[in-house]
Write a new protein. Structure first.
Length: 173
């Protein structure tokens, strides 16, 4: 049936008299195609914004971890002087970064749930459907992505912290 409908609408659109079109035809399918195009454009724009925000968050974690290494140089020197291995220092800073990732994922899920609940309550009266739906897969995906970004962002600062010379670190101001 949809093929016949599209064919009939196309035939109506192509009726001409002296080179001029006689009729226009708009079907529900045409409207849905237009709406789908707008939704796809909005999805692409939102995905681009999300990608940019992920890069910015990774950079901020890197900066935070480098600041932490700089401010805790003496502590790192004490740990190394007490016999902690380079691997232990790397693990310390990696664990801190992963905690930042977990807290950011929790915050993201809570904020998304609050905004989604507000939007659903406002739009439910219009469309009788919950527009924003948060699935367990979304939550798990958020946590996985946050932990991967936090882990990757911790690699360089943790490596720098583990390579500090204990004597130089202890004498740092």
């Amino acid at each position: 049936m949809p093929r016949k409908l599209k064919k009939a609408a196309e035939d109506i659109r192509n009726l001409k008299d002296n080179g001029k079109y006689l009729f226009g035809a708009t079907t529900v399918g045409d409207i849905l195609d237009t709406v789908n195009q707008y939704v796809q454009i909005a999805s692409i724009v939102l995905a681009a914004i999300a990608g940019i925000s992920l890069v910015v968050s990774a950079l901020m974690i890197i900066v935070t971890m480098y600041m932490s290494v700089s401010e805790r140089t003496k502590e790192i020197g004490i740990l190394r002087a007490l016999g902690e291995r380079k691997k232990d220092i790397r693990r310390l800073f990696t664990a801190e970064s992963l905690l930042i990732g977990v807290f950011s994922a929790v915050l993201a899920v809570v904020v998304t749930w609050l905004i989604g609940s507000g939007l659903n309550s406002m739009l439910y009266g219009i469309v009788k459907y919950n527009m924003v739906q948060i699935t367990p897969g979304n939550v798990i995906g958020t946590f996985v992505i946050a932990l991967i970004i936090a882990f990757l962002a911790a690699l360089l600062p943790a490596r720098r912290a583990s390579r500090l010379n204990p004597i130089d670190a202890l004498s740092a101001d």
